[in-house]
Ligand binder design. Structure first.
Ligand SMILES: *Cc1c(COP(=O)(O)O)cnc(C)c1O
Length: 357
């Protein structure tokens, strides 16, 4: 499929904020990619147009029944000025798995990547040059058919928007305090927790508000059935350094399979570390903290890469992890992953996809 391009005239391009003033998710680049789906014809009308509001019927099914999915990845500018994506096909594949789960049409992964490359090339000036900053890319698909009544839609809109984002840790690599909720759950096995679908984030808001009111940055989610097994932290996967082994919960169906999670597992194995994907209960975590065998806890996700956890609160008791600071392994994973992403470090796994100018 051809992608038609309606570029913004150079004199009408927006001003780009300074890298130091960037906040996450507030500013968007000059262009966006769109294409339409209709049953039975399939995808058509792939186009890049000036960034702006969509026209959706008020009866568009996504607005009523939440049939919508998204992805999140970044474009990083290397010291030599070239622009890199990190394992982008993993995001495109996960987009299709989310689509399948939500009874939505798939998008050819190579075409999807080509659309993103074309968009980023056109908005290359929007990819920040300072270290730690990047261009966030948000592929999205929504049910656009105007229809009331619960069933899969017959019409969809796929679009990709991008926007520059600042360094996640402007004041240095910083541990967070997390609040374990045993009142709310994020996802249940058999539900939609392993899909990057909108409902999961709507469902998480209330617990996040409670945690924030109590002075915590993120919620630690337990399994929905027994409320014992650790699942995720906020919108990140979670890792534990127990003595000198890495433990992370298995992809049981209610956990989002993170690309960063997978990358940490690969790196750890490459370094000869032992990694266990196994269920771990909150009691095991707290006991290990008490005994001093829990050396580090960290979250993983595209936005922060690695997010060290300094403190855990469960049933109104707080526990300090290690010395409350940034652990040695957290720092090592962070340095290695960001080094690979920006093209500063060797890429033994072929993870970096450079956009040819
Ligand atoms: C996106 C997401 C992650 C992290 O996935 P990455 O591919 O590493 O960015 C983890 N958990 C949830 C709930 C997510 O939405």
């Amino acid at each position: 499929m051809e992608i038609t391009i309606h570029a913004v005239a150079p004199e009408r391009r927006k001003d780009r904020p300074k890298d130091a003033e960037l906040v996450f998710g507030k500013v968007f680049s000059d262009h966006m990619f769109l294409m339409d789906y209709e049953t039975p014809q399939g995808w058509s009308n792939a186009r890049i147009v000036p960034y702006g509001p969509l026209s959706l019927d008020p009866a568009a099914m996504v607005l009523h029944y939440g049939q919508g999915i998204f992805e999140g990845l970044k474009a990083y500018r290397g010291a030599d000025g070239r622009i890199h994506l990190f394992r982008p096909l993993e995001n495109m594949k996960r987009f299709n798995r989310s689509a399948q789960r939500m009874c939505m049409p798939e998008v050819d992964i190579h075409f999807h990547l080509q659309a993103i490359e074309t968009l980023v090339r056109l908005d290359a000036d929007w990819v920040p040059r300072s270290k730690g900053a990047s261009l966030y890319i948000r592929p999205t698909m929504v049910a656009s058919e105007p229809h009331l009544g619960v069933r899969p839609a017959t019409e969809y809109l796929h679009y990709v928007i991008t926007g520059p984002v600042g360094a996640y840790y402007p004041e240095g690599f910083n541990p967070v305090k997390i609040y374990v909720t045993d009142e709310y759950v994020r996802a249940v096995r058999g539900g939609v927790g392993e899909a990057k679908t909108m409902a999961n984030y709507a469902a998480s808001l209330q617990a996040q508000e409670v945690a924030k009111k109590k002075g915590y940055t993120q919620v630690l989610w337990l399994d929905a059935v027994e409320r014992r097994y650790v699942e995720e932290v906020g919108t990140m996967n979670i890792f534990f350094r127990l003595k000198d082994e890495l433990v992370t919960p298995p992809l049981s169906g209610s956990i989002l399979p993170g690309v960063t999670r997978d990358s940490v597992i690969h790196l750890a194995q490459h370094w000869g570390l032992t990694v266990h994907e196994r269920p771990i209960t909150i009691d095991e975590v707290l006991d290990a903290i008490a005994m001093g065998t829990m050396k580090e806890i960290f979250g993983t996700g595209t936005a922060a890469v690695i997010s060290p956890v300094g403190q855990v609160c469960y049933k109104d008791k707080t526990y300090r992890v290690g010395n409350g600071g940034v652990g040695e392994w957290s720092q090592r994973f962070y340095d290695e992953l960001t080094g690979i992403q920006y093209g500063d470090k060797e890429d033994p796994f072929g993870w970096v996809h450079t956009i040819v100018a």
